[in-house]
Design a protein around this ligand. Sequence first.
Ligand code: ADP
Length: 246
Amino acid sequence: MSTLLEMSGVSVSFDGFKAINNLSFQIAEPEMRAIIGPNGAGKTTFMDIITGKTKPDEGRVIFGEKSISLLGMSESKIAKVGVGRKFQKPTVFEAQTVRENFALALKNPRGPFDVLRHRKTKNGAQRIEELAERVGLIDELPRLSGELSHGQKQWLEIGMLLAQSPRLLLVDEPAAGMTPAEREKTTDILVNAAKTHAVVVVEHDMEFVRRLNCKVTVLNEGSVLAEGTLDHVTQNPEVIDVYLGR
Ligand code: ADP
């Protein structure tokens, strides 16, 4: 297990307001990490910085064993080096089947190396079945994506992200709007992905975070307030103050 992403001393201001304030963060590969924090803590901005959507005013963001800087790279270049992001709302091609959605994601790999690797090792149909198996959609392959449940659409999108061979997956509130059974399955899919990938999950639902059973980073006012197991951070008086708004 080695460090995949390292941020240090990162700050961003919007009109003089420090949304991210001297933030340092590290994640290994593979690793599962949950990010929690009250509204306005900087969670979205934190992910925007990693994906290149927001450029920090100061600090370093270093990725991979060659320690490449993500700063100054375009969003598409950052996606190509291996950062995948899943937004809260599922965005799948509803008029296409599940199989076609996976096929589209596989046609859009993150770099020329992947195209060669996929061609050499496995054909598309095999890859699609593996991905569908990984996200529990093997029986849904012929169905139109628009007919899937909310949870199934989320899993399809996670599978499409995995198709692009990211090394770091950023997942925003995956459990929102899901039934308890869907939440449980989502936990399994993410825990499984974190056996081979670095996975960052931003989530408000503490029961969901508990089931991820991973290190938790608490953000507040753009900085890391606490880090550790969920039990450890939720017993921290500063974290309790922030959540109870005292
Ligand atoms: P979270 O996702 O934890 O709710 P955000 O990262 O969305 O927090 O926001 C952190 C702070 O930065 C908030 O106070 C928010 O209002 C502010 N902020 C975020 N993006 C912008 C922007 N583009 N312009 C101005 N302020 C912003």
